[in-house]
Design a protein around this ligand. Sequence first.
Ligand code: HEC
Length: 131
Amino acid sequence: MNRSKIQNQLALFVSMVALATLLAPAGALAGDAAAGKTVYTVNCLSCHGETGKGDGPVGMVLQPPPRNFSIGEFKFDTNDDGKVGTDADLAGVITKGAGAFGGNQMMAPWGGMLSEDDIANVIAYIHTLKQ
Ligand code: HEC
């Protein structure tokens, strides 16, 4: 097989993988932490900090401070199931803001800015910040 034929086959394979990813039913995949890192860097890092310690340039002056994701402990039970810090709870805070649950309003509602996929992805990324 010559070189360009191999390249063609490789291109076909790559596009089939891309298509399969696109066609995967919504919700079937857990959040994608790599994609979530971009969402985090653009929208969350200024407060929560590069390593998630709540020590971003804006976050340092807030009281109560931004959640420290390196500890992996959470406060709000946004779906009233008696547990805090489940992915559903985190999605609730990120979508509606902490103010909706009696917390710091500086943790704004992101529901209008981020898609459900963005939120699932950023939650997956937040989990990777736990040390
Ligand atoms: C302007 C600063 C700021 C930005 C930007 C920000 N946050 Fe927060 N965040 C906070 C603060 C402050 C708290 C703590 C709220 C409290 O304890 O009352 C918080 C808390 C949280 C919590 C903890 C919820 C819990 O139950 O403990 C999560 C999860 C969270 N933020 C996710 C995010 C995500 C994801 C983004 C980006 C899309 C983001 N935050 C952007 C300030 C910010």
